[in-house]
Design a protein around this ligand. Sequence first.
Ligand code: TXA
Ligand code: MG
Length: 343
Amino acid sequence: METKQLESTAAEIEQAAVILRNGGLVGIPTETVYGLGANGLNPEAVAHIFEAKGRPQDNPLILHIPDASWLERYCQNIPDAAYALAEKFWPGPMTMILPRKDMVPDVVTAGLDTVGMRCPAHPVCRAIIQAADLPVAAPSGNTSGRPSPTTARHMLEDMDGKIDAIVDGGPCSVGVESTIIDLTCTPPRLLRPGGITLEQLRSVLGEVDVDPAVTRLLGAGEKPKAPGMKYRHYAPKAPVTVVTGDPARSAAYIAAHAAPEDGIICFEEFMDWFTRQPGMRRVMDLGPALDKEEQARHIFDALRQFDHTDVPAIWAQCPDASGIGLAIANRLNKAAGFHIIEV
Ligand code: TXA
Ligand code: MG
């Protein structure tokens, strides 16, 4: 099929909404990453998402809604905490796991009795959802296993010819996927770190557990609560080594251990230094060492760029885990299969 490339004008947003209502697939910009949207109440349309992405059937999707008043349509036994979080962080990069109602198709939840709910902040995304007047099921718009797309061009690399249309809403302002908080357990549990930080969640909820899959490789018998966290995600073709610790020390460690033909992801301050090293040509900028928001916007692009090269190995500097650093470290560590060196 031909994938229509739409702009974010009112007429083209309406076109995207019509495609969704008719059971088609549309690439939608969100503030986190681009999503692959379909009518979340139409099982056939949702099944096409799995086909286009090559996504395992046991990995559930989240529903995107225009505001918190829609929670009651698809969820039951909604705790007060859900409304407190929605009040503070919606619209925005946070997904809540809640008990679902039967009307949510099994294909969306992969048979689970819970469903992920998110109210995105991107104005174009909100306009599309409102015009479609539907809960939009949307995973990240990458082929399964590749880094999530943060521009329309990234998404087209993976989805051109496989979906009906994509709406270009510019580069994503957050750059990593939404935070997933499970409200079906006590205390609530962070399943995936993202744009809303653990510190922010704790400021509303008090105690919050962190799922082990966020910070380490699970053992053979262990199962993460977010099925998607078990897959080796965000994986470039070359093996990745993550180096954490003081930025000057991690840069020195990489310089001492990387082969001349290896790829490097480093803080902006070290770009010139690495590019001047003999033989080192593939260096990607993660952003300033102290600006984690900027690093979050660069991380997936940096990983994706290396897939266009034949570097035999990749080395990455990594920020500390406070604030959105937890999400950046999680994505880098997953790309590295949790091969992490602390200096
Ligand atoms: O920022 C985002 O959340 C983006 C944009 C497009 O909104 N979407 C996104 O969706 O990242 P996806 O499908 O790539 O990641 C959703 C994650 C998966 O790891 C999935 O296993 C988990 O959420 N998930 C979905 N429903 C769940 C549920 N009921 N219980 C536990 N985990 C769930
Ligand atoms: Mg994804």
